[in-house]
Design a protein around this ligand. Structure first.
Ligand code: BGC
Length: 726
């Protein structure tokens, strides 16, 4: 292996030098002119030979170092040094944040940008130059195994969160948005073809990618799946027509790893710039394709130019100290993120915050289990993980007795609950239930994509094959798409048993997306959605239980009452159609009342919204409406409220969602305090995609806007305005 982690530097540029766009253009052209064809081609794929790389990666080396591509020492070109995320940098000791879905529930773009900044610093300190963790696929269905890696179900919200992470990371390194596009199922990711209309594609599944491209993201990773009959890694419509031409993306495209390219010629001509992470198809075929004239040299130069430009733009020399990795201030940020992402779903009788508790029982399989998310490419390696039990113990010290029971014996758990004033029951999922999925059978089915080994590589192949045979049937990465949307039956039985003996029961649910709770939610007074809350999650949970922190998270997805209210999800599908309808937009259209609406979350205080004012009641299609209102904290606790603005078109010529999120902001308020909140609403955000015109159209129409605490808030303030025609 030739992986090196030395600090990435460009020859000829002083540390800290800021390059203007002209200098970047000049320097990248200069470097391009100096590169030989072999060097150019070497920049277009991973530096590791396939078999050695695969054996190392599958042998557990994934987080050992960055995965390099196109390091050209002769010219000081630092190359792509890819390290994954998104819950932190996946190398030893880096800070583990709550998963993206949790951070989506924080609805806090400033916080997300700070997280990005820390990730960017840690990435550089660990030798990386490209952060692979801006995952912005839309949550179409809560069974998606990798739901935890994205921010939610709404394109505007996901786009704003992804853009914030990108901004933060790109102060230090390049960021990569993934998986482009329509990668919203896991087990079938290597085989499924998604059929979609242009309208649903542009309006629902791509706006967040466009948003992140507009933010200047350096790289976009193509997905494994197909879209409209062509694999994403060689999909000219997606990669060239839409991404590079319509959106003007100046960065580079890279494949998803190992199985992300099927055909070198198709891929390069479709606009694929970089094959990751090993020497595979490009290594075997590209030189011949160029020399035979089947692939024009201009396409190679374009790819290399894109790679150079982004490296010059973002991989500036700088001092990144290894001591920053997992530092105290970074861990404090992980704790803050966990505090802001926990969603209080139910709090009957104001059970929370707990008061005057002498004995608390912390019960459940997950009560004392480090549980930061799946064990796939996003798996981090933190120095420690504070479990819920440890968090409660640390917060209470000797002020109260803390009992622990893992819940495996119902009778025992019941007795433990009876002996306590209050119970914290920690239930939900872990990496065995949901997450990235790869099994030996899939690997074997796709082995035709692997290059033939050289005689010298045969021992590696044999070792690898033996390792493969020794794998358990459930696979290397066992999570996959969820089998159920409800909790495990054991968890449900435990809840019923405990709630029957202790009325002061708080259920904390761990998981990467929505959980259907109908079988038990009315049996317990309080429910917290904890997600996978990162290395500091136990502390955040304890502070919320005890009222040291006021919960402020809001659901980035609607939780339905019944699975049949959701779109069809078939985890083994080879073909599927995605339309305009999923999530809260579908539930509202169909008149299905959710258990908990999109944007919903309770607080220990109460807020009042008043004085909604629009700066004008008519806007042109390219103008922006300014919306202001007063938000007051009318309760007794300091708190933070997420103010959400939704819009309904009145009498649109096309089928539209009854209501859609168009703006949001977070506001901090002391008890009794009132703040004026401003929200901007560019009329362009109301556009729908007109297939006949192949573009977005802002309909001249009357619209109604709602500003409230969630998507179905009965107390939302309302106003109407008109968008004029051109
Ligand atoms: C995942 C990507 C990840 C890549 C590198 C793939 O299987 O889909 O999200 O970045 O592996 O590990």
């Amino acid at each position: 292996m030739t992986q090196t982690n030395e600090q990435a530097t460009f020859a000829g540029f002083e540390p800290g030098a800021e390059l203007s766009d002209e200098q970047i253009e000049l320097k990248s052209r200069e470097l391009l002119a100096q590169l030989t064809l072999d060097e150019k081609l070497a920049m277009m794929d991973g530096d590791s030979p396939f078999w050695a790389g695969l054996a190392e990666m599958m042998g557990g080396g994934y987080g050992a170092h960055p995965w390099n591509a196109g390091v050209i020492s002769r010219l000081g070109i630092p190359g792509i040094r890819f390290v994954d995320g998104p819950r932190g940098v996946v190398m030893d000791g880096a800070t583990t944040f709550p998963v993206s879905m949790a951070r989506g529930a924080a609805w806090d773009v400033a916080l997300e940008e700070r997280i990005g900044d820390v990730i960017g610093r840690e990435l550089r300190a660990l030798g990386g130059t490209l952060f692979g963790g801006v995952c912005i696929n839309l949550l179409r269905h809560p069974a998606w195994g990798r739901a935890q890696e994205t921010y939610g179900e709404d394109p505007y919200h996901v786009g704003e969160m992804g853009a914030a992470l990108t901004r933060g990371v790109q102060r230090h390194a390049m960021a990569c948005a993934k998986h482009y596009a329509l990668n919203s199922m896991e087990n079938a990711r290597f085989k499924v073809d998604v059929t979609i209309s242009p309208r649903a594609l542009h309006e629902v599944y791509l706006p967040h990618f466009k948003r992140v491209v507009d933010e200047g993201v350096a790289a976009v990773m193509s997905a494994y799946n197909g879209v409209n009959g062509e694999w994403c890694g060689q999909n000219e419509v997606l990669l060239t027509d839409i991404l590079k031409e319509q959106w003007g993306f100046a960065g580079y495209v890279l494949t998803d790893f190992i199985f992300g390219m099927r055909d070198a010629k198709k891929a390069v001509l479709a606009g694929q710039d970089l094959e990751m992470p090993f020497q595979m198809h490009y290594h075997q075929h590209l030189k011949h394709l160029v020399e035979s004239g089947e692939v024009p040299l201009e396409r190679i130069d374009d790819a290399v130019h894109r790679l150079l430009r982004q490296q010059l733009r973002m991989v500036r020399p700088g001092t990144y100290d290894a001591e920053q990795v997992g530092s105290e201030s970074h861990r404090a940020l992980a704790r803050e993120a966990a505090e802001k992402s926990v969603v209080l779903l139910q709090n009957a009788g104001d059970l929370l915050p707990l008061q005057d508790v002498q004995t608390i029982a912390v019960i459940g399989r997950l009560a004392d289990t480090p549980n930061t998310g799946d064990d796939g490419s996003s798996n981090t390696r933190p120095a420690y993980v504070v479990t819920p039990l440890e968090g409660v113990q640390a917060a209470l010290k000797s002020q109260a007795e803390v009992l622990h029971d893992d819940g495996s014996d119902l009778e025992h758990a019941r007795a433990t609950a009876q002996a306590a004033d209050a119970v914290l029951l920690v239930v939900g999922y872990d990496h065995k239930d949901e997450g990235e999925f790869l099994d030996p059978a899939t690997m074997q089915n796709l082995a035709f994509l692997f290059p033939a080994p050289t005689p010298e590589e045969m021992p590696i192949v044999q070792g690898f094959m033996q390792g493969l045979a020794g794998q358990p049937d459930e696979g290397f990465l066992s999570g996959g798409d969820r089998d159920r949307l409800t909790l495990h039956p054991e968890d449900e039985a435990l809840i019923q048993a405990i709630a029957a003996v202790n009325p002061q029961t708080v259920v904390a649910v761990m998981g990467g997306s929505g959980v259907i709770m109908e079988a038990w939610r009315e049996r317990v007074p309080a429910i917290l959605m904890l997600w996978y809350p990162g290395m500091e999650g136990g502390h955040a949970l304890a502070d919320i239980l005890l009222g040291r922190v006021n919960p402020s998270g809001k659901l980035p997805l609607a939780i339905p009452q019944r699975a049949q209210d959701l779109p069809v999800f078939d985890k083994d599908a080879t073909e599927i159609e995605y339309d305009l309808w999923h999530g809260y937009r579908k539930l509202e259209r169909d008149g299905s009342t959710p258990a908990f609406p999109f944007g919903f979350g309770l607080s220990y205080t109460s807020y009042r919204y008043a004085n909604l004012t629009l700066d004008q009641n008519q806007v042109g299609p390219s103008e922006t409406l300014s919306v202001s209102l007063d938000v007051s904290n009318t309760g007794a606790h300091a708190g933070e409220e997420v103010v959400q603005l939704y819009v309904s078109p009145i009498g649109s010529a096309v089928e539209q969602a009854p209501k859609e999120l168009r703006a949001f902001t977070r506001v901090a308020l002391q008890p009794g305090e009132t703040k004026s909140v401003q929200l901007s609403l560019p009329a362009s955000r109301l556009a729908y995609y007109d297939e006949a015109k192949a573009g977005f159209v802002v309909e001249p129409l009357e619209y109604e806007l709602f500003v409230g605490a969630h998507s179905l808030d009965q107390h939302a303030l309302k106003a109407r305005f008109v968008v004029r025609g051109d």
